[in-house]
Design a binder for this molecule. Structure first.
Ligand code: HEC
Ligand code: HEC
Ligand code: HEC
Ligand code: HEC
Ligand code: HEC
Length: 220
């Protein structure tokens, strides 16, 4: 049996990827781990505001905001899968074979369409791969896009609105009521209700919503 295999019997696989920092963490002592375990406190820098330049100046404020195109028209998998698909060039060309056909800004899209090579969009949100996240479980339980991504329908360039740290996940998991809405409004960015807390508590009870707080739910 290899040495690697033996370690993996003792430590879960995700911990393996943390190996370079484990030594340091052990030195800095139990207080640190205690803090993580009890408060979900993560001192790690979290990229709030990260807004990388994209190969095409695609605007959510125009398409999702002004034009009112539903998020799911492009991000087709959010309700069905763990990931939210970035649309293929064909989706853009559904309109742009007729609209703004000579736009210089759309040149990379037309080139991609002609060559079959996808547009190289730069990823904005990126969780460490030792943390497990799934879109469909959230969206289908009435957690709207806006809770985690902010007002994307007002963004010219998408940026990271929330910390996406463990503490941030757990804040909602421990107290989901103010963050729940009827599922038909998950993509309605400006949806509000008179007493969200009370409505949320109702939804939580009716649908038996209990977000997990155990380590193995997110580190599997
Ligand atoms: C017409 C297609 C289209 C629509 C409609 C659309 N998006 Fe997007 N979305 C894209 C494209 C293309 C990208 C990749 C380029 C970028 O980041 O701007 C993207 C990127 C994103 C990202 C960042 C992804 C990453 O890399 O981390 C988020 C979050 C997002 N969209 C949320 C939304 C939400 C919420 C809505 C509805 C309010 C929406 N989108 C509507 C096409 C669309
Ligand atoms: C449902 C139709 C529709 C879809 C789908 C769509 N667009 Fe658009 N797009 C428009 C309209 C309408 C305009 C605004 C045209 C105007 O200003 O008169 C526009 C404008 C643009 C512009 C600005 C062009 C300029 O020169 O002003 C860019 C860039 C753009 N879209 C990129 C994209 C990309 C990339 C996608 C795919 C992810 C996409 N669009 C999908 C309808 C669409
Ligand atoms: C509970 C929080 C949460 C909700 C609700 C949520 N997202 Fe996300 N989204 C995330 C996280 C976290 C990531 C980064 C995932 C990763 O890196 O593995 C992400 C990434 C994305 C991406 C990049 C592709 C991917 O899957 O990594 C897109 C596009 C996106 N979200 C769109 C949406 C849309 C559209 C909605 C609403 C229909 C939505 N999200 C709802 C937290 C959320
Ligand atoms: C705004 C509230 C909110 C945020 C933020 C949030 N979650 Fe959740 N999460 C929920 C709700 C609601 C459920 C559904 C619980 C249920 O179905 O009983 C859930 C369920 C889950 C599940 C269980 C999935 C399953 O297969 O059973 C996992 C794993 C999870 N979330 C991970 C995350 C991670 C990782 C983050 C941070 C990156 C995160 N969540 C952020 C509200 C949230
Ligand atoms: C709701 C989901 C969720 C639960 C439950 C959860 N974690 Fe995490 N954990 C995360 C996320 C998300 C990150 C940060 C990922 C990133 O930085 O990209 C993280 C990061 C970590 C890290 C890396 C150090 C740090 O602070 O960033 C450790 C160690 C950790 N978790 C341990 C635990 C332990 C032990 C438990 C159980 C007491 C636990 N986690 C429960 C989501 C969760």
């Amino acid at each position: 049996m290899s040495k690697d295999h033996q370690t993996s019997l003792i430590f879960p696989k995700w911990l393996d990827r943390l190996r370079p920092i484990v030594g340091v963490v052990l030195l800095v002592a139990p207080l640190y781990i205690g803090g993580i375990v009890y408060f979900g406190f993560s001192p790690r820098a979290t990229d709030v505001g990260y807004a990388p330049a994209q190969p095409v100046p695609y605007s959510h404020a125009l398409h999702a905001g002004e034009l009112g195109i539903d998020c799911r028209y492009c991000h087709t998998t959010v309700e069905k899968a763990g990931f939210a698909a970035i649309p293929p060039t064909q989706t853009c060309m559904n309109c742009h074979t007729n609209i703004k056909v000579d736009s210089a800004d759309l040149l990379p899209v037309r080139e991609s369409y002609a060559s079959g090579e996808p547009v190289e969009w730069v990823k904005v949100h990126d969780l460490a791969d030792y943390a497990y996240f799934n879109h469909s479980v959230h969206v289908n339980r009435g957690v709207g896009c806006v809770e985690c991504h902010g007002r994307v329908d007002k963004m010219e360039v998408v940026y990271q609105e929330e910390r996406l740290s463990m503490g941030w996940c757990l804040e909602c998991h421990r107290n989901p009521e103010p963050h729940l809405r009827p599922v038909e409004y998950v993509t309605t960015m400006d949806w509000t209700a008179e007493d969200r807390e009370a409505l949320g508590a109702q939804l939580k009870a009716d649908h038996n919503i209990n977000p997990p707080e155990d380590c193995s739910a997110c580190h599997r």
